[in-house]
Design a protein around this ligand. Structure first.
Ligand SMILES: [Zn+2]
Ligand SMILES: [Zn+2]
Length: 233
C-alpha cells in the first residue's frame, strides 16, 4: 500500500529539486544545489551557534558582551538567497516534503541537544497571525522532529500573549523592546527542571529565542536550547 501511495504521489507530484527544478529520484536537492547551501560546521559560537571565520574563540563577542538566556542554538545553514528561497516556499506553500527535509536536517544538526531534551516547543505566533497563516511553520517542524526523535511535543505551553509590530524592519535594540514580555507560559510548573528545545525557522538577531528562553528560565527550566533551519550571519 505504501508503495502504491508513493507511486501515486510521485506521479502527481514528481520529485523535483527544490531549488533548480531538475527531476530527481527522490524529493530533495540535486547535488549541484546541495553544494550551494552554506552549511554550518565548526568552528561556531558555543552559545548562539553563528559560525566563525577562524577557530580561535569558543564564544562570539556578541554573546560575551551580553550573555543570552538560551544555552545553545544550533542552525543548519546560513540565511542567504538560497536558504531564503526554500524557507519562503516552506512558509507560504503548504509543502510537506520540505517540512520533512528541513526536519531531517535539523535532527542531524541538533543531534547532541536532542539527545538530552525533555520537550520540544515551537516558537509561538499570536492566535491572530496563526489564523491568518493557517499554520505556524515552527509547529510543523517541531511536530516532525518530535515524531522521529521521540521527544515530547508541547505546542501550547508557551504562547505569545501580545501582538507585536513586524520585526523585519527593526534594529536589534528595537526588536528587544518590541518583544519584551510578550511570551507567557500556561502551566507554570511543567517546565521546572526540564531541558527544553525551542524550534524555529530562522534566527535573525536572536531576540525572539532569547525572550522565549527568558520566560522558560524564570519558570525553572534547567536548559533552553534551540534548533533553527537558518541563521542570519
Ligand atoms: Zn537543483
Ligand atoms: Zn554567540
Amino acid at each position: 500500500m505504501m508503495g502504491f501511495l508513493k507511486f501515486v504521489q510521485d506521479f502527481c507530484y514528481p520529485p523535483l529539486c527544490y531549488l533548480c527544478g531538475n527531476f530527481l529520484a527522490e524529493h530533495g536537492l540535486c547535488a549541484n544545489c546541495w553544494g550551494r547551501i552554506k552549511w554550518i560546521s565548526a568552528p561556531y559560537c558555543n552559545v548562539c551557534g553563528r559560525p566563525f571565520d577562524i577557530a580561535m574563540h569558543q564564544t562570539c563577542a556578541g554573546c560575551l558582551h551580553k550573555m543570552p538566556h538560551f544555552d545553545h542554538v544550533v542552525s543548519v545553514c546560513c540565511y542567504d538567497e538560497i536558504s531564503r528561497n526554500m524557507i519562503i516556499r516552506f512558509k507560504y506553500a503548504d509543502d510537506t516534503y520540505l517540512t520533512q527535509l528541513f526536519a531531517k536536517w535539523m535532527i542531524r544538526a541538533g543531534e547532541e541537544i536532542l539527545s538530552s531534551a525533555d520537550m520540544l516547543i515551537p516558537v509561538p505566533m499570536t492566535l491572530l497571525k496563526r489564523l491568518k497563516r493557517k499554520y505556524n511553520q515552527a509547529e510543523l517542524l517541531a511536530m516532525e522532529i518530535s515524531k522521529h526523535a521521540k521527544i515530547l511535543y508541547q505546542p501550547e505551553l508557551l504562547y505569545k500573549s501580545k501582538n507585536t509590530s513586524p520585526q523585519e524592519s527593526l534594529t536589534k535594540k528595537q526588536r528587544e523592546k518590541n518583544l519584551k514580555n510578550v511570551f507567557s507560559i500556561k502551566e507554570e510548573y511543567a517546565v521546572q527542571g526540564k531541558n527544553i528545545v525551542l524550534i524555529d525557522d530562522v534566527m535573525t538577531t536572536g531576540s525572539t529565542l532569547n525572550e522565549c528562553a527568558k520566560i522558560l528560565k524564570i519558570h525553572g527550566a534547567k536548559t533552553v536550547c534551540a534548533i533553527t533551519i537558518a541563521t542570519v550571519v
